[in-house]
Design a protein around this ligand. Structure first.
Ligand code: HEM
Length: 479
């Protein structure tokens, strides 16, 4: 009684797992058309209540601690990968403090240092990469973007010691660790499968590498001049007076790299694929840099990024259509009355927020399926219908790691909202803007067949990404 409508299905345990799993956004749109903004479907035997639209996002993402839990869902997957005592292997209040520690290293002075580091990584990557020998050719771009993301993120966030180990084998360990991050592990996390044994070994090895670096730094008097995230974390103290232990520093470093890697690398791959489908936009990006920064295209700085609005809007528009996290899950801890409806969500259900549904709703975004970065200009005929300066007016709240927007009235939430909101948004934006700007300086792209078409999405892993091979044709500018 009073439970949201249940999606029709033939088989009890399987329910809608297959149709959902094959194409979650399509499933959400179709079910919403049939059942409305709130409905329940069976996912691997579990009653899963979806509530889409701004009210649904607010209900789930700003749910109270006594009502909803992220750690109850995610810990089986994340704890073997990140390690103990961090993120979802500790009380939420501890995660909030950890997020505060991680955030202090992501400030403007740090970003000013990161821009040249990332720009140099991009240039040297393409100069060295065997896939880009000669003047033109074809490349499976997601693979290159995954490599480039880990080089740029590890170098800027974790410092040069860690970055140099990526040339010497730590990449293979991260790959093993990654294998723990598959949806099948929601069910099989505890099975002694070969990839889980490799995952556990990789976790221990990487954590030990970080702990050795921490020990070396402490022995040297702690500071080698670079106030990077490691440095901030190893000097942080919890409110109860306990210094953050080295193993937690190591595990947070792994969590940060893993959280950023998949989302950012998938997004940068989509950016390149979209640019290949729209060579006119690539040229507009190139001209934007020439006009704003000068004909000789000097080394990129943090301040330059603000002068490149189209470059910024590329990221925004790509995340609107290709947000890597299509489903956010929460366990229900006490029965939840849905405001303004007769529905109650019982504790036997889990909740699912899908912010991508409103980001592709014609009510908010005219011609929603069109990738058109210029729509974010105020005078565009297809500008978003909601207040343009929503961010400025939005309600903010502090969950313990600084003010974040509640997102309660925003149809566009690629970085989530509320207590679990992303702390990496500014870093990801910076990294993606620098990568895009530098690549546009070096290359022209087009689809191999010269068409405007775009490849489909692979939803088989936890973060959605382009189906591979996703080949594009590249041609070097003058270098
Ligand atoms: C949380 C998206 C990059 C670190 C989240 C959440 C989303 C998200 C949707 C909320 C998850 C939930 O509510 O369950 C993205 C996207 C990115 C990105 C789209 C890139 C395009 C990064 C980067 C970092 C990072 C680069 C690290 C530097 C985190 C952390 C959380 C988080 C620590 C908090 C998890 C929690 O509190 O439960 N991200 N993220 N993310 N992200 Fe990101």
């Amino acid at each position: 009684p009073n439970e949201p409508p249940v999606v029709f299905h033939w088989f009890p345990i399987i329910g809608s797992t297959i149709t959902y799993g094959m194409d979650p956004p399509r499933f959400f749109h179709e079910m919403r058309a049939k059942y409305g903004d709130i409905f329940t479907f069976i996912l691997l035997g579990k009653k899963t209540t979806v509530y889409v639209g701004p009210a649904g996002n607010d209900f789930i993402l700003n749910g109270k601690l006594k009502d909803v839990s992220a750690e109850d869902i995610y810990t089986v997957l994340t704890t073997p990968v990140f390690g103990k005592d961090v993120v979802y292997d500790c009380p939420n209040s501890k995660l909030m403090e950890q997020k505060k520690f991680m955030k202090v290293a992501l400030t403007t002075p740090a970003f000013q240092k990161y821009v040249p580091i990332i720009a140099d990584e991009v240039t040297s990557y393409f100069k060295k990469c065997p896939d880009f020998k000669g003047q033109s050719g074809v490349a499976n771009i997601p693979k290159n973007m995954a490599e480039l993301t880990i080089f740029t993120a590890s170098h800027s966030l974790q410092g040069k010691e860690v970055r140099s180990r990526f040339d010497e084998g730590i990449a293979a360990l991260y790959h093993d660790l990654d294998m723990g991050f598959t949806p099948v592990n929601f069910m099989l996390h505890w099975v002694p499968l070969p990839w889980n044994a490799r995952r556990d070994r990789a976790q221990r090895t990487i954590a030990n590498i970080y702990m050795d670096i921490i020990k070396e730094r402490r022995a040297k008097g702690n500071n080698d001049g670079s106030e990077d995230i490691m440095w901030h974390l190893m000097n942080a103290t919890y409110k109860n007076g306990v210094k953050v232990p080295d193993h937690e520093v190591a595990h947070m470093l792994i969590a940060l790299l893993m959280a950023g890697q998949h989302s950012s690398s998938s997004t940068s791959a989509w950016i390149m694929l979209r640019l290949a489908s729209r060579p006119d936009i690539t040229e507009a990006l190139y001209r934007e840099q020439v006009e704003a920064l000068g004909e000789d295209l000097p080394p990129l700085t943090y301040e330059d990024l603000a002068k490149l609005p189209l470059n910024q809007n590329i990221i925004k528009e790509t995340l609107r259509l290709h947000a890597p996290i299509h489903s956010i899950l929460r366990a229900v801890k006490s029965p939840m009355q849905v405001p303004g409806t007769k529905y109650v969500v019982p504790t036997s259900h889990q909740l699912l927020a899908a912010a991508g549904v409103s980001a592709t709703d014609p009510k908010y975004f005219p011609e929603p399926d069109l990738w058109e970065p210029t729509r974010w200009n105020k005078d565009s005929p297809i500008a978003p219908s909601v207040v343009q300066d929503a961010a400025a007016e939005e309600e903010k709240i502090d969950y313990g790691y600084g003010l974040v927007s509640k997102g309660a009235n925003s149809p566009y939430l690629p970085f989530g909202a509320g207590r679990h909101r992303c702390i990496g948004e500014q870093f990801a934006n910076l990294q993606l803007q620098v990568i895009t700007a530098m690549i546009v300086r070096m290359f022209k792209f087009r689809n191999v067949d010269g068409s405007n078409r775009v490849i489909g999405t692979d939803y088989a892993s936890l973060f959605s990404r382009p189906l591979e091979p996703a080949n594009i044709h590249w041609e070097k500018r003058n270098w």
